[in-house]
Structure formats: C-alpha cells, structure tokens
Design a protein. Structure first.
Lengths: 542, 345
C-alpha cells in the first residue's frame, strides 16, 4: 500500500507510526479486530525467500500487520493494539514530524475537527506554580484531616446580603415579606456537562449512577449537569432528578421531552445552567458530528442524523441585561422560582464585565456563574478553535472574585471554575487552589472520563471523541464500542475518585486550619512566580 | 519520715514553677519522700520525679496549676484536695493520681500507665490519645461524673471508666463527638451517650468487665472519698462499654453495583431507547461483539483453503461458512485470499 506518488498521503505524514515486530507476532488477529479506527490491517507481503544475494529469485508470501495510510482510517495512538497483543509485538509510536492536519486541509478543503483535549502545552500551568504555603502550626488550630469533621458544602443559588433579606416581624414572629432566591448547599464538585451524544449512553448512565450513589449512600451531595442533549424522561420523573442540573444551550436540544415530563416530576431538579459558551471552543457553538447522532440521540433531541451545530450564541439574546430579563427569567419561571439558575460562559477577557453586570441583576435571579477555562476538553471542535481560542481559568476566576470583593459583594453570585482541572494529576489540589482564589466550587468532565478509562492525553494521544469510535466506549456511539464500557466499574471508579478527592481536600483544609471551605482564602497560597504573584495578588515566595 | 511542707505564697510573693520544682527535686535528693504543697497555680507538680532507692513519693497538693502529675512515674502518688486545671496526668507513666474535685480539659491526655481518679467532672478532650504499652499494665482513668466533648479522641489503648454520677440533666456523659478516631482501648460508661463517633461501637458488659469494675470501683471510691456510692454505681443495668469497630466492618456501605441492583432503573436508564443487556465486551471478543464482519463471495472463491488454514479462530468451516460465534473480525481471511473472495467491513 506504499504510495508511489510523492503528492499522495505518506505513512510519514501520519501522527502515529505503527511499530510491528513480526518475530513476536503469532498472527492471532486480535490487534486488527480491536482497532476501532481500522488503522491496521493484516496483509500479505512478498519477500525473497532464499538468500538476499542469491541470483535465484525465489519468493514467499508472508502474513503481516500493516498500518493503513488513509485520511479517514488512521492511527490515533490509542494503544488498544498493544493492550490486546499477547506478545507485545505491536505499538503506536508518536511521529514528531506529523503532517496529518496539513494533508487533511489540503485534500478535503475543510477545517480539521477533533475532540478531546486542547493540546496546548500543559507544562508551566499556573495552578502548578501555586502551593499551599500558609500552614497552621502554632498560630491557629491545626486540624486532623482524617479524624476531625469538615464542612465541605458550598452554596448554589443567589445569596442575598443580610440587609437585603426581606424579613419583617409580627410580634415575636419573623416572616419573609417576599420569597427568597433558592439556594442549595452542595458539594463543591459538579460533574460537568457532557451531553447524551457527546458521551455514550453507558458513560452518561455511569455518571448518573455515581451521582445517585454518592448522594444516597455516601451522603456527599454532588450534582451532575446533564449537558445540552436532554435527559432520559424516567430519570427526570424519578427521585434522582433532584441531583441533576438541567442544561439549556443555544441549540435547546432535549427540552421538548423535559417540558412534557414536568407534570409528572416528583422532585425539582438541582438547578439549571444556561450555557452561553464553553472553554474548549469559546465563541463557537456545540458540535455533534453525524457519526455520533445515534438513533436514541435523534429521539431525545428531536433531530435527524446530521451534523448538529448549536449556534455560537443564543439567538434570542442580544445583551447581558436582556439575557437576565429573558433567559434567566424564563428558566426561573420554568420551575416556579424554586430552582437556582446559573450561567456558564467561557473564560474570556470580557468575563469580568459579564459578571459585574450579573451582580447588578435587580431581580435576584442569577444563581451562579460558571467559568470554563481554555484547557477544557470537548466532544468535538474545529481544531482552530480548540487550539487557539480561549482564556486560562485561573486569572479570570480571580478577576471576577476580586471585582466582587471590591464592591463588598463576594459570594452573592457563587463562582464555579472548570476546564482542565486535574490535568497534571492533582484534581483535588487544583480544586482547592481555585477555591482559595475565590471559587465556590469547581466542575469537571475530564476527570470523569479519566476514571472511566479514557486513553487520551493532553498531548495528542487519541483525541478522537468526535468520531464516535472512542476505543474505550466513553465517547463512542457505535453499539459494540459502547458495550466495551463497564457501567458498574466506571460508576464505582467515579465514586472512589470522589471519596479520594474528599480525603485530599480535607488534607489541604486541615493544614490551613479551615474546617469549612476556604473560599477566597488566598492568604493560604504562595507562588514562586513573580508574575503570578502580581496578577493573582497572592504572596510571592522563593 | 518527716513531711516536707511547702507554702508557695509568702508575703504576697508567689514562688515560680521553676523554683518550686527545683526545691522539690532538691528535697528528694535529700531523702524527702512525702510532700504537702500549698500550690498557687504552679505547673507540673508531682511529675517526672523518682527516688534513687526506688521508694515511693507522695504529694498532697492544693490549688495546683496545669499538668499536675504530668509525666509522673511508677511509685508516685498524688492527691489533689479540690479541683485541678487542664492536663491532669498528662503522659502519666505509672503514678496514682487522685483529684478529689473536678479535672480540667485534656485530663489523662496521652496517659500510658498508672491510674488517674477524678472525683468530679473533667473537661473537653479528656482521655485523648491514651495508650497501652503491652510490656506494662494498661493505664486507668476513672471519672465519677462526666467528660466534656471530644473525649477519648484517637484513643489507642488503656481503660477509662466514666461513672455518670449526677448527670441526669446531661444529653451525654461523654459530651458530643466522643471517641473520634479511637483505634484501641475500652471506655466503660454509665448513662446517656450522644454523638458518638462512627468508628466505635457500644457493647454490653461481660463477666470480665463486671469483675473489673467491681474490684476497681471500691478503690476508686475510697480514693475520692465517696464509698457510699458503691452500690448505686455497681448497678450494671446502666453500663455499657465502647470499643473500636474492627477495621473490616468500617466499610459496611453497599457497593455501587449493589446500589444499582437494588435502587436503579430495572432496565437501565436508556432501556427504552437502546438494546443493552449490560454485557461488557472485551477487546477482540468474537461473535456479536466484533467490530467488523467478513463476507464470503462464493462466485469468486477458487477453493484454495488459505482462509481456512490461516483463520486464527478456526472460524471458517470446510464449506467456507463462517462460524459467527468464533469470528473476531480480524480480516486475515480477506488478507490471505488470492482472489478477494472475502471482504470485511
């Protein structure tokens, strides 16, 4: 299959090269059977069978495994072939001279799309340059992380200042003169919004089971955001609805079934998130490629099998003020003003203006501000958006928090931060540092995928979430790939990860002497980077 | 033997802790073994003292400061007339310490030997981190009334007896959140308990427990001068003992799988939308789980049998029919076929 024409796609153009050791191969066929991308095939090679120098030209046919050279069926480096090979005869090796994306554009006249991670260089992340440096030793009570009690819950919903509370007294009885905005106290980790469609039905169900289990068995009140792809009606009508945050994004997918189910709901949902933007591809809308629009996805969303594009903006909204008046009002009204309504935007240079405007919301109907940083993952995006648009989460979260502090209004609209948390292996530390910088909590999708067995990386491994061919069954929509995912195991892994994170959060709270969440306790942080110190207003240390 | 009487307040001038302890030490070197000390809040009285001959030392103390009997040793006997502030018997390694009144916070903190008797109540974190060195007798900590909250935190050995006398008004004779992190030892309790840590359990007394309480109670009550209470306190119907839960029983919650089986939707969340019986496919699993299926074109086949010979799963019959349950969809049949009779997709 070698190219003969130099202008055709070459093996050396591909991002991953298959290294195959035929002396170890027993030709069991498992590697080719396991490859979801059809990137390798068995084939027959002609070889000279006698001495290479012999003038007698004798040939034999040899069965070998070869890499396919194709723009569509190419190796993503997922490693399933190595996993399944009994002898270690095959592996994918990164090609540092990869020219695939050039070849793709040159041949298809289309923008290159991918899924997964941003592929920005993760070295030198801001959060990794911040340490918890203020340790209570003899200054204030030191706590024992394993054995003392800690309060990790955080408010979700509009928090009014004491002087804005509408109370009056009648004799000795205190009563509310008008109803207060809904606020619930939840765990500071929200399972981020991955839609039914972006992830497989098994993955979505595993997250839902983990959420229910953590709440009902472990007493840890995590919430799960549905993503913009609807929610199974039976979940909505069940008692588990109260753990679910419903999302509405610009495509408004799935809301028809939600509305039809409302009269039969026994519980209010945990909240609503109006998704304006996402960190992985700010300014661009949702994208679900047709290959992933399986029959059940079509049904829940009410769409045909086609590329599903959510518009970059909500088409009925033209300003922040109008968003508050229309979108927040409608979503508050949907559940009779009993459910917190938050907004999710991509971190951006303009985030502070948006947050400031929302803080002035006169109706007290803005219940949370979710900021998504550029290191966030996504089911599918144009590579150009994924790799070149966005804003890091840390400084923007800090800006928003400090702008509220300057007005004495911190905590009134809870801030939640997300986007690539745990990228360097320390999810709890990332969460903790963002909380100290002013976040009420964090949200994550990629951590869930990691626990589920995602083989991708931030440096270009796999990242084929957009194809529906996810080899781990996580972002797959091919039935046989989806069924590779063990729902019970994934749900248990997510639960275990949260239990571990819970211990680790306490392990960081205890040394700084906090038995409740240290929201805005930036005095606990130090950095060895002078610029970070200046930008975030935290202590420089060396 | 003469008793050494020390008054620590003379002409409105108070002797410092250092002066007092150095005076006691000097007297012990001179052979004094019996002290009457009118203290004035000095710390550490009666602690870390011993005689060269190995004989006993006795301290009768009034108005001590914190840490009376701290690091006190075998052969030391301490009697406090009235109450004592925090840390009575801190790190006690063998002394018999009696406080006739109340004890302060963290009484018996880290005690690993000897006996501590409190004739009243004790404060918060009493009995925290008590230990038992198996080479020696376990420490004992007896309290007539109750303890403050967080008592017996992180206790890892020894015996405590909380008699719950005069505690009818209290919600808990151990305060709130007692026994957090307790991993060893025994706490005998008489009376109501509230807010006990989840790492321990309350158990009924057995014969050994009752015998221990009977024999120890007499001596305790004699020491604090309340022998008239013996009968009332030895009514075992109000007693229980607290011991740490065995490690394996601490994780007694149901697993996610059990939760799913018992509480989740019977046919799964998407049961009405997709066909899914929950089976998990492995990589390269044969049969319906395979990603690709080969198809044989009879008209092209030249009957060379290369496919049959090369199929690693022996999934092709002599008549070229595919055995679906064996085929993993590897594509070798198609690769070896000289005439493209097999296609795989």
């Amino acid at each position: 299959m070698a190219s003969i024409n130099v202008n055709e796609l070459q093996k050396s153009d591909l991002p991953w090269i298959i290294e195959y050791d035929e002396s170890k191969c027993i030709q069991c066929g498992k590697c080719t059977a396991a490859c979801s991308f059809n990137a390798i095939s068995p084939c027959v090679e002609f070889r000279k069978s006698n001495s290479i120098n012999s003038p007698d030209r004798k040939f034999e046919k040899v069965l070998v495994i070869k890499q396919n050279i194709s723009l569509d069926n190419y190796c993503r480096g997922c490693g399933m072939c190595s996993n399944v090979c009994p002898n270690g005869a095959i592996k994918a090796v990164r090609n540092k001279d990869d020219k695939y994306s050039v070849a793709y554009r040159a041949q298809k006249a289309d923008s290159f799309k991918k899924g997964g991670r941003s592929n920005l260089n993760t070295e030198g992340r801001t959060l990794d340059k911040i340490k918890i440096g203020r340790i209570s030793q003899m200054t204030d009570p030191s706590l024992d992380a394993q054995r003392h009690t800690f309060e990790l819950r955080t408010p979700f919903g509009r928090v009014l200042k004491a002087d804005k509370l509408n109370f009056d007294t009648c004799g000795e009885v205190l009563y509310e003169t008008t109803s207060l905005p809904p606020v619930s106290w939840i765990y500071p980790i929200i399972f981020g919004d991955m839609s039914i469609g972006a992830v497989s039905w098994r993955m979505w169900e595993a997250v839902a089971i983990a959420t229910a289990y953590l709440n009902e068995v472990m007493g840890i009140p995590v919430r799960m955001c549905t993503g913009e792809g609807g929610i199974p009606t039976k979940l909505l009508k069940s008692r588990y609805a109260k753990y679910m945050i419903l999302q509405i994004a610009s495509g408004h997918f799935g809301w028809n079934r939600i509305l039809k189910a409302m009269p039969d709901m026994t519980e209010d949902p945990a909240g609503i998130i109006i998704k304006i933007g996402q960190g992985a591809k700010p300014g661009d809308g949702g994208l679900l490629q047709a290959s992933k629009v399986a029959r059940y996805v079509q049904e829940i969303r009410g769409v045909p099998k086609a590329d599903l594009l959510s518009p970059p903006t909500h088409q009925g909204l033209y300003s922040i003020e109008e968003s508050v008046q229309k979108m927040f009002l409608s979503m508050n009204a949907a559940f009779n003003f009993k459910v917190p309504v938050a907004v999710k935007v991509a971190a951006s240079v303009t985030s502070v203006s948006v947050y400031n405007n929302l803080l002035r919301d006169p109706y007290n109907i803005v219940g949370g501000f979710f900021l998504d940083g550029l290191a966030a993952g996504t089911g599918a995006a144009h590579e150009i958006s994924l790799n070149h648009t966005g804003h890091p989460i840390t400084s923007k979260l800090r800006d928003c928090y400090l702008t509220a502090v300057k007005q004495g209004r911190q905590g009134e609209i809870p801030l939640f931060a997300g986007g690539g948390l745990g990228q360097t292996g320390s999810f709890a530390a990332d969460a903790f540092k963002l909380i100290c910088l002013g976040a009420n909590g964090v949200f994550t999708g990629s951590m869930l995928l990691e626990t589920a067995g995602c083989v991708g990386s931030d440096t270009g491994k796999c990242n084929a979430c957009n194809t529906g061919l996810c080899p781990a069954g996580i972002a797959a929509q091919n039935d046989n790939l989806v069924k590779r995912l063990d729902v019970d195991k994934v749900a248990q892994n997510i639960v275990n990860y949260i239990l571990a994170t819970d211990i680790e959060l306490k392990k960081l709270m205890a040394p700084i002497g906090c038995s409740s969440l240290p929201i805005g306790r930036s005095d606990a942080l130090i950095t060895v980077d002078k610029h970070i110190s200046n930008r975030l207003d935290i202590q420089y240390a060396c | 033997m003469t008793v050494c009487k020390i008054k620590t307040l003379k002409n409105n001038t108070r002797m410092s802790t250092q002066e007092l302890l150095q005076t006691i030490s000097k007297k012990i070197e001179e052979g004094v073994t019996d002290f009457d000390i009118e203290a004035c809040g000095q710390h550490d009285i009666g602690g870390s003292s011993w005689t060269k001959s190995g004989g006993s030392l006795t301290f009768r103390i009034t108005n001590p400061g914190q840490r009376v009997g701290a690091m006190a040793m075998d052969g030391t006997k301490i009697i406090v007339e009235g109450s004592a502030p925090a840390d009575v018997g801190w790190l006690n390694s063998g002394a018999e310490i009696t406080v006739k009144g109340d004890g302060g916070d963290t009484s018996a903190h880290c005690a690993a030997g000897g006996k501590i008797y409190i004739g009243g109540r004790t404060g918060t974190r009493s009995g925290a981190l008590m230990k038992h060195d198996p080479k020696f007798e376990p420490p004992e900590f007896w309290v007539l009334k109750n303890t403050g909250s967080f008592s017996f935190e992180f206790m890892s050995g020894g015996i405590a007896v909380i008699c719950g006398y005069d505690c009818n008004e209290l919600q808990s004779v151990l305060g709130n959140r007692s026994c957090v992190g307790m991993v060893g030892g025994t706490v005998y309790v008489r009376g109501r308990i509230y807010g006990l840590a989840s790492c321990v359990e309350t158990v009924k007394l057995n014969k050994f427990d009752k015998d221990f309480l009977k024999s120890g109670m007499k001596h305790f009550l004699q020491n604090i001068g309340r022998t008239e209470l013996e009968q009332e306190l030895l009514d075992f119907s109000d007693w229980c003992k607290i011991v740490p839960l065995p490690k394996e029983s601490k994780i007694n919650k149901i697993t996610v799988k059990e939760f799913k089986a018992a509480e989740w939707f019977k046919d799964g969340l998407f049961g009405d939308l997709v066909e899914d019986n929950g089976e998990v496919f492995s990589l390269a699993q044969p049969g319906k789980a395979r990603l690709r299926t080969p198809v044989w074109n009879k008209t092209k086949c030249v009957n060379c049998k290369l496919c049959i010979k090369n199929c690693p799963q022996k999934a092709i019959k002599e008549n070229y029919l595919l055995i679906d349950e064996k085929c993993i969809g590897c594509g070798i049949c198609s690769a070896v076929c000289p005439v493209n009779a097999w296609t795989i997709s």
